[in-house]
Each structure stands twice: as structure tokens, then as C-alpha cells.
Design a protein around this ligand. Structure first.
Ligand SMILES: CC(=O)SCCNC(=O)CCNC(=O)[C@H](O)C(C)(C)COP(=O)(O)OP(=O)(O)OC[C@H]1O[C@@H](n2cnc3c(N)ncnc32)[C@H](O)[C@@H]1OP(=O)(O)O
Ligand SMILES: CC(C)C(=O)C(=O)O
Length: 576
């Protein structure tokens, strides 16, 4: 890189527009959208789409709800011509087929031919207006450029709406002063006035002036000023549709398109996920969902985002970036602890899933674009207690108490560090079942316990008096070689069990914390019990028990503590 880049690159000189209005405006409605995926997007692909791929893409654009689709550059190739014919034959009544041609009469004729018989068609011509392009590419003066644009417009008119044979089609016309954002704004107006007069638009069928940032040259506010200047100076504004076509060379195409809409533009041309020349066209998914998350329906439907991505990736043969706004695979995922904690708290507040969306870190409800909540929180070594407990909650309906969350999070952290990668939901569930010895939990059958761990065989619970409960518990180890009958009394089933254990065995159990809740709401629902015990005055252990019967669930939670204590060597067998 140069020590002094100003020797090579010049600063963009912005338009002076001291009375600009756009900064104070807000969005009220969506623009008209045009997808140019099949033209500008396609022309930039290393391997352009086959006709079959174009058909699949076209159908997806229709499903999304596009009413204006630029389908091809028909004079470029037989594929483009044939595909335009396919669209003419298959487009719904209310969809306009748009095609592009340079200002070259023989190519314009071929272009119009490709649209013959369409219900609604837009012929789109382009001609560069910037000094650079006129000098370097065309060698045309300002006068010659204006004349060429005007004459080609007249040619289009004579071949379309003025031709009696073409009466079956609603013809619209679009003109792009290419490199608009690098052109003298007054000269662009002069060319467009002349083109407008040549076409003769009406309020009902306005002429489309598409004002491209063919190459993004400056900051979005400068583009917005240029658009406001055009909108406020073009005559007969009612008969003009101002269209945007921002490219993303500086990475600001979305910002430019948004500010330029505030500046008065009516329509936006772009591609799904920002495919297109060099850094791409403006991304229509982002623009549409930016509106949606401000409460404005974009009139485009991305509720099945996965199928959109599938088509885009298959046909473009370019992957959609995992961080692409809204659609990217990692966009609705949180790995880091504080994000997961905040998201989890947000969902807890939003139990009824109604009202204004306000979940920290998530600007859009993933369900609105067909994503599940399960995919949001993913666990790796950057995650905290919230992540793993979210997975357990969503997949096993177990709402772990805070202390257990903290305790289990250490187990998960250990595993993520050992594996050096993200843990999938089923791995976290297996860790949980294994740690808390949930052998009686239906999905835990495959996790066989060691022979010297205990299970509940039976219990009898009765009342000694109205304050004291009497309990008999039959428990045995899994291979059936040891069995115990525990007898205890207490003011509840847990205290009776604990008292029985403490009387009969050498180890001492002290209940520090206990929680229970039901799983599911029908009559077959189960209960989950969580118990935190201090064993031998030293070791704090959480136990988990699940059963249709609440008392069995709580006894199981205590057995989960006993079994962990044995497995960790805290107590030796039952210290009988
Ligand atoms: C910004 C954009 O995206 S514009 C769209 C660009 N898309 C494409 O170019 C894809 C399809 N293009 C093609 O298939 C071919 O370029 C064709 C069929 C249009 C023309 O092919 P060729 O006749 O071989 O021309 P070629 O591609 O070499 O060069 C372009 C010529 O068109 C001229 N030209 C470029 N843009 C325009 C325009 N808007 N109006 C009139 N002439 C133009 C150039 O000045 C050059 O003319 P020259 O040969 O006299 O110097
Ligand atoms: C043809 C025009 C609109 C174009 O693609 C551009 O300027 O980027």
C-alpha cells in the first residue's frame, strides 16, 4: 500500500444539498422490489445458471412474492432468450418480466422480440452518464450520449407500446443512467428529461428511472443526497418511478438503499443475499427483514428461509455466508454465556409468546423465518450455565434450579474443553443423564449403570400422626446382589427417607435445597425433583429424579445423590 494514497485515489466530491429532507424521515411502507438475481446476479457468477436452475430460481422468486423480476439479458445468449420466453409463458398475470439491453438498436430489437406475448413487460435500457465511462468506455460526448439514450428510447417505444401488434402486453420502460452515483446530477436530469419525453409515461404507468450506484463511490448519505436531488428536480414526478440499484463495493449498499428510500426513491433493485457483480448488489433479504423488524411488512415472504437459501446456494453455486444478516446459519445462534443468559431470561419473560418482541440479542423472532428456538443456543467452551440449561429445558422439559445449573455447567465446560468443540444437544442430554444417573428416564435406557449403584424398588408411605410420616423404602443395586429396606420417619417423604438413611447407614445426608415441577400438562405428566444434599458434612451433590409419581421422583432424586456419592468415591458403597 502507498504511504500517501491521495497520490493515486481522489476524494469523492459530494453534492451540496443543505436543505436535505431525508434525515428526518422514517419508513412508512415497503418499496416496489425488483429481483435482478437472474440478470445482474447471474452475469456475475463464475458458472452462470443453466435454464433448469433459472426456472427453479424464478419459481422461488415468485413464491417469495416478487412482482417485478429481471430475468435475463436476452440479446446475450440463446439461453437468456429462451429463458425469457419461458418466463413470458409461465409468469402469473400480475408479475412483470423485465429484461436488459444496451443502447444498441440490433440488440434492442432482439430484446423486445424475447418479450412478445408477455402480460406485463419492462424493457430496461442502460447507458453510462459519468465522465469516466463516457471518456474511457464509449468515447461519447454528453450530447451524443443524450441523443443515443433518447433515440433508443424512441426505438423501444415504436417496437412496444406504439406497435398495434403489441397491444396484448402492458409495456413499461426503465432507463438506467449507468454510473449515476459518479455522474453530474444535472446532466443525469437532462438525459432523463429527454428520455422521459421520448417515452411519454403516465401517472398510471410511470417511467422507471433506475439510478445505480454501479460502483459504490461514497458514503450512503451522499447517495441519499443524489437521490433526493433527482426526486425533487425531475419534472412530472407523478409519472416517474425512482428506482435504486446500489452495489456494495464499500460494504454499505444496504445503508445506501435505506437512506435513498428516505430520500424519495420508490423502488429497489437487488439480489437475494447480495449476489451480484464484485461485492454484489444490495441484499434484498436484509432490506426486507430490516423493514419487517420495524413493524412494516415488506410484501416479501421469507417465512421459509431454509428453502430460499437452498435454492440460492444450489443455483448460484456460492454458499450463503454463515453470518449473512437474518438468513445466515449462525445468525440466530448464541454460544457465549452472557448472550445465552440474556436470551434465556428474555424467553422466560415471554412465556405467552405475545406482544412486542423484546428478546435481548435477537432482533427477529427466529420462528418468523422458519427457524426453531432449539437452534438458538448452542454450547461450546464460551458458554455459561444458561446455555446447557436451555438445551435441557427445551429438549427434556427440565427447568433446572439455579444451583444445579451452575453445577451442571461445570460438567459441560469440562467436556467442551476436553473435546475442543461445540457439544450438540444430544451430547449435552447424555452428559446430563450420565451425571445425574437418570437411568429411569425413558431416553436413558442405553446408559447402563454400574452394578453397585442403587435403584428404588418399592416404597410404603403412611401417617404416624398428623405431623409425622412413616416410610419404608426397598432399594437394591442394579445387578441385584445387594438390597436394603430403609425405615424412616419425618414430617414429609424426603425427610423420612433422609432420616432413615442417616439412622441405618454411616454416611450423613443433609438436604440443603429441594425443587419439583411437573413435566407436560396432561394426566400422564411426570414430575421432576431436584435435591441438593450435603454428604458427610462436606460434599455438596445435586440429584435429579423423574417419575409419574411425585414421591418416587423425589426418592429417585435422593438416590441420584447417593449413586453420585458412591461413583465419586465420596462414600464407599452405602457405608453399611
Ligand atoms: C452494469 C451492468 O451490469 S451492465 C450489464 C452487463 N451485462 C452484460 O454485459 C452481460 C451480457 N453481455 C453480452 O453478452 C455482450 O456484452 C453483448 C452481447 C451485450 C455485446 O457483446 P459484444 O458486441 O461482443 O460487445 P462487448 O461485450 O465486447 O463490449 C461491449 C460493447 O458494447 C458497448 N456498450 C457497453 N454498454 C453499452 C450500452 N449501455 N449501450 C450501448 N453500448 C454499450 C461498449 O462500448 C462496447 O462497444 P465497442 O465494442 O464498440 O467498444
Ligand atoms: C444495468 C445497470 C442498472 C447496472 O446493472 C448497474 O449499473 O449496476
Amino acid at each position: 500500500m502507498l504511504p500517501n494514497p491521495s497520490e493515486k485515489y481522489k476524494k469523492f466530491v459530494p453534492l451540496k444539498l443543505p436543505n436535505r429532507q431525508w434525515p428526518d424521515r422514517t419508513f412508512e411502507k415497503p418499496p416496489r422490489w425488483l429481483s435482478t438475481d437472474l440478470r445482474d446476479g447471474n452475469q456475475s457468477l463464475p458458472d452462470p445458471m443453466s435454464v433448469e436452475e433459472k426456472k427453479i430460481y424464478f419459481q422461488k422468486l415468485l413464491d417469495i412474492g416478487f412482482k417485478e423480476i429481471e430475468v435475463a439479458f436476452p440479446s446475450a445468449s440463446q439461453i437468456d432468450f429462451d429463458f425469457t420466453r419461458y418466463c413470458v409463458d409461465n409468469a402469473p398475470q400480475d408479475v412483470s418480466i423485465q429484461v436488459l439491453s444496451p443502447c444498441r438498436p440490433e440488440l434492442i430489437k432482439r430484446t423486445v422480440e424475447s418479450l412478445s406475448g408477455a402480460k406485463k413487460a419492462i424493457v430496461h435500457l442502460y447507458l453510462a452518464t459519468s465522465d469516466c465511462f463516457r471518456d474511457v468506455v464509449f468515447g461519447l460526448s454528453k450530447e451524443e450520449t443524450l441523443k443515443l439514450a433518447t433515440e433508443c428510447t424512441k426505438l423501444v417505444r415504436s417496437l412496444t407500446k406504439d406497435d398495434p401488434k403489441q397491444k396484448g402486453t402492458v409495456w413499461s420502460y426503465e432507463f438506467s443512467p449507468e454510473t449515476f452515483s459518479d455522474s453530474d446530477p444535472d446532466y443525469v436530469l437532462e438525459v432523463c428529461e429527454s428520455v422521459k419525453a421520448a417515452w411519454g409515461p403516465s401517472k398510471e404507468n410511470p417511467i422507471i428511472f433506475n439510478l445505480p450506484a454501479t460502483v459504490e463511490m461514497s458514503t450512503p448519505n451522499v447517495y441519499a443526497d443524489q437521490i433526493e436531488y433527482f426526486c425533487t428536480h425531475i419534472s412530472n414526478r407523478d409519472a416517474v418511478c425512482v428506482s435504486l440499484h446500489p452495489h456494495n463495493d464499500r460494504g454499505c449498499a444496504v445503508g445506501a438503499a435505506e437512506l435513498a428510500q428516505l430520500a424519495g426513491a420508490d423502488r429497489v433493485e437487488g439480489c437475494l443475499f447480495g449476489n451480484g457483480e464484485r461485492t454484489g448488489n444490495v441484499d434484498l433479504v436484509t432490506l426486507a427483514l430490516n423493514l419487517y423488524t420495524q413493524g412494516i411488512h415488506p410484501n416479501l415472504d421469507f417465512s421459509d428461509m431454509k428453502s430460499v437459501i437452498d435454492v440460492v446456494e444450489k443455483c448460484n453455486k456460492i454458499p450463503v455466508h454463515a453470518r449473512a444478516p437474518y438468513g445466515g446459519q449462525l445468525v440466530v445462534c448464541a454460544f457465549s454465556g452472557s448472550h445465552q443468559d440474556a436470551i434465556k431470561k428474555g424467553f422466560e419473560r415471554r412465556k405467552d409468546n405475545k406482544g412486542i418482541w423484546q428478546i435481548p440479542y435477537l432482533p427477529l423472532d427466529p420462528q418468523d423465518i422458519g427457524r426453531t428456538y432449539e437452534a438458538i443456543i448452542r454450547v461450546n467452551s464460551q458458554s455459561g450455565k444458561g446455555g446447557a440449561s436451555w438445551i435441557i429445558l427445551r429438549n427434556m422439559e427440565l427447568d433446572l434450579p439455579r444451583g444445579l445449573q451452575i453445577s451442571f455447567s461445570k460438567v459441560v465446560q469440562d467436556a467442551t474443553e476436553k473435546k475442543g468443540r461445540e457439544l450438540k444437544a444430544n451430547e449435552i442430554m447424555d452428559l446430563f443423564k450420565n451425571e445425574y444417573l437418570l437411568y429411569n428416564y425413558e431416553d436413558g435406557e442405553n446408559l447402563r449403570p454400574a452394578g453397585n449403584l442403587f435403584k428404588l424398588d418399592n416404597y410404603y408411605l403412611g401417617n404416624k400422626d398428623n405431623k409425622t410420616r412413616q416410610l419404608v423404602v426397598d432399594m437394591s443395586n442394579y445387578d441385584g446382589t445387594i438390597s436394603y429396606k430403609v425405615l424412616g420417619e419425618g414430617n414429609g417423604p424426603i425427610s423420612a427417607f433422609v432420616n432413615g438413611l442417616n439412622t441405618q447407614f454411616k454416611s450423613k445426608f443433609q438436604v440443603i435445597n429441594y425443587h419439583e415441577h411437573s413435566l407436560g400438562s396432561d394426566s400422564n405428566s411426570k414430575a421432576a425433583a431436584y435435591i441438593n444434599c450435603k454428604v458427610d458434612d462436606r460434599h455438596l451433590i445435586w440429584g435429579v429424579g423423574i417419575n409419574e409419581d411425585v414421591s418416587t421422583a423425589s426418592f429417585n432424586s435422593l438416590l441420584s445423590v447417593i449413586n453420585q456419592a458412591i461413583r465419586k468415591g465420596v462414600i464407599k458403597e452405602m457405608n453399611v
